[in-house]
Design a protein around this ligand. Structure first.
Ligand SMILES: Nc1nc2c(ncn2[C@@H]2O[C@H](COP(=O)(O)OP(=O)(O)O)[C@@H](O)[C@H]2O)c(=O)[nH]1
Ligand SMILES: [Mg+2]
Length: 310
């Protein structure tokens, strides 16, 4: 059963830029394909536009090859058929993988947020906390980003607004120690979910990657089955960089899901498709703005419908 409901209106609003660029705008697919007879030049143009939207080479080639094959075989002859085909095929790209947030059979569930600097980890934590609160769950935060000055204060500000408790340590202290204290506090208070903020790290920074393993290890010892999720936050506006991070972090053990932030800030929402090409880690949430309400669970059908909506 899905834990969170997709709010279609806000999803459409959050994906406005992508919808305009890819589908409804002057250079969009509707303008290109509606009412047109199919020919090779039109299919070439379609290919160029899918690539421009960051759909990714492998998926673009597969889609366009299938369209060309059906066209040559006389099965399709209009742009409108291609549009309908694309919509259905895009929905089918994602297997019915479990995109639901994994929670613990008995609380607390522990969620670790990771990713490089500035991708939106802390903001995404506020969003997740808000989603969980709306489902009637109690939430606690752990400030394991002890590295960046101001990180704890930023998390505390969100926590105050959301009315949740934060477990903190010393600036510059050991983040694994904060994870330990946070797990203890979450167990003692009986909260449903503990979300740990972590310092931004590059997939190439070995010591920081080891520090992440240490946090994960501490959680595993303190809470049975924990962490229940390690969510990698990727910035949708960063294009190829996001793809590289998805590939690299998926090699590093234990990333269970992707939180794709800033989809409102890019016309290249095709990045969701490209991530699907680059890794088998499921995108579980998408961020579509800067407030805690700007979040949706990733639902492929709703996502494609929102992009193809009038
Ligand atoms: N437009 C937009 N901005 C976002 C989103 N998520 C985060 N941001 C912004 O990205 C910046 C960095 O966010 P922050 O949470 O501090 O990133 P962190 O360094 O990974 O913790 C802030 O200005 C956020 O307001 C999003 O979904 N949409
Ligand atoms: Mg942060």
């Amino acid at each position: 059963m899905a834990l969170f409901r997709v709010i279609l209106g806000s999803l459409r609003k959050g994906l406005e830029k992508t919808r305009d660029a890819l589908v409804t705008g002057a250079l969009g697919l509707k303008n290109l394909l509606t009412g047109r007879r199919l020919d090779d030049a039109l299919i070439d143009e379609l290919q160029a536009r899918l690539l421009q939207a960051d759909v990714g080479p492998a998926t673009t080639t597969r889609l366009v090859d299938a369209i060309r094959r059906d066209f040559k075989a006389g099965k399709i002859d209009s742009g409108d058929q291609v549009l309908a085909y694309l919509k259905e095929e895009l929905k089918r790209l994602w297997p019915p993988a479990d995109r639901a947030l994994r929670l613990a059979p008995s609380p607390p569930a522990v969620i670790v947020m990771t990713g490089v600097n500035g991708v939106g980890k802390t903001t995404s934590i506020a969003k997740l906390a808000r989603l969980l609160q709306r489902e009637g769950k109690s939430v606690m935060l752990g400030a394991c980003d002890t590295f960046r000055a101001g990180a704890v204060a930023q998390l505390q500000t969100w926590a105050d607004r959301l009315g949740v408790e934060v477990v903190k340590g010393q600036q510059g202290g050991d983040p694994a120690a904060v994870a330990f204290d946070a797990c203890a506090a979450a167990k003692a208070r009986g909260v449903d979910a503990l979300i740990l903020d972590t310092a931004g790290r590059l997939q190439t920074q070995d010591p920081l990657m080891r520090q992440l393993s240490k946090i994960v290890g501490v959680v595993g010892k303190q809470v049975p089955g924990g962490p229940h999720e390690v969510l990698l936050v990727l910035d949708a506006t960063s294009g190829q960089n996001a793809l590289r991070q998805a590939e690299e972090f998926s090699k590093a053990a234990g990333v269970s899901g992707i939180f794709l932030s800033k989809l409102d800030g890019t016309a290249k929402g095709g990045i969701v498709v490209a991530i699907r090409e680059a890794t088998s880690i499921p995108v579980k949430f998408i961020g579509t703005g800067e407030t805690p309400d700007d979040v949706e669970p990733f639902d492929p059908a709703a996502f494609v419908d929102a992009i193809f909506a009038e």
